[in-house]
Ligand binder design. Structure first.
Ligand code: 48F
Length: 265
């Protein structure tokens, strides 16, 4: 077998060219999603499938957020209907316990969900932290995010970020609702109040989290556990149906809004 010979400098040049082609493209987006956990990946899957230019920025060098840790590091989590339909669609194996309640393997769940989002056309960038938003007045709205290398932040270096535009920004950062928090603090005119999530009450939390997922200020949306933080909802623990359905609900809201805008212009 003859392996193609590529010298080191060519490797460097090809990586830089391919990377900067991508960064040039995704500096402007239909939707930016912050966080590649279950809600962010589900939103990315449906938005990309609808043909919207979708970029996900993920702080860590992996996918899945809280999926990977399973339940107290046990490698299974619970899914309830109707989210099982989505999992079937993307090829996740379900172990049925009772009507509408299933256990899934956390590794397969996060791999299949990430792969479904990427195959649908979403771009996922690892190792990048969103630490602020961009906004415009008249009318007041969030119009994008500020991004920084996670490594730069961890090193505590004083480095200015780059800015990325989006018609819609989704906070899918989990319990801390990091993007909505920074927007509420730095742009008080948005009128966002963050009461914080309540203790566990799973059956109520699942329903309310999905229902209350959506726009929290013009251009800024909450999905997943960020919703419980912003809407003072209870937590639910290692049951993940609402995370997937929350991502889908936010994607559907954005698709409808952006399509309406196109029709009206
Ligand atoms: O925490 P996470 O999994 O959020 P989620 O989609 O799902 C929550 C569940 O995993 C679980 C639960 C369900 O019952 O309670 O906790 O709401 O994923 C959030 C992702 O966002 C990344 C973080 O590394 C994780 O992968 N993230 C957080 N803040 C930032 C970020 C940030 N500022 N910039 C980029 N990525």
């Amino acid at each position: 077998m003859n392996i193609k010979q590529v010298d080191e400098v060519k490797i460097t040049k090809y990586i830089l060219k391919a990377t900067f082609d991508d960064w040039m493209s995704f500096s402007e987006n239909d939707v930016v999603i912050v966080g590649a956990g279950p809600s962010g990946l589900a939103a990315a899957y449906y938005l990309a499938k609808a043909g919207l230019k979708t970029t996900v920025f993920e702080r860590r060098l992996s996918f899945g957020g809280g999926i990977g840790g399973g339940a107290m590091l046990f490698h299974k989590i619970i899914i309830e209907s109707p989210a099982d339909e989505i999992l079937k669609e993307i090829g996740v194996k379900l172990q049925k316990f009772e009507d509408g309640v299933f256990a899934v393997d956390s590794a397969q769940f996060m791999a299949k969900l990430a792969s479904a989002a990427i195959d649908a056309g979403a771009k996922i960038i690892h190792g990048v932290t969103v630490d602020d938003v961009i906004f415009r007045e008249n009318p007041l709205r969030v119009t994008g995010v500020a991004v920084e290398w996670t490594a730069t932040q961890m090193a505590g270096l004083h480095v200015d970020p780059l800015f990325i535009s989006a018609k819609a920004v989704i906070d899918a950062t989990g319990h801390d609702a990091e993007v909505i928090s920074v927007a509420s603090r730095k742009i008080p005119e948005l009128g966002i109040v963050i009461p914080g999530e309540k203790s566990a009450y799973s059956e109520m939390a699942e329903q309310l989290t999905v229902e209350q997922s959506g726009e929290v200020a013009p251009g800024l949306y909450a999905a997943g556990m960020a919703v419980t933080e912003v809407k003072a909802l209870p937590r639910m623990g290692p049951i993940f149906g609402a995370m997937i359905l929350s991502g889908k609900k936010v994607a559907d809201d954005i698709i409808e809004k952006l399509n309406l805008k196109v029709r009206n212009t």
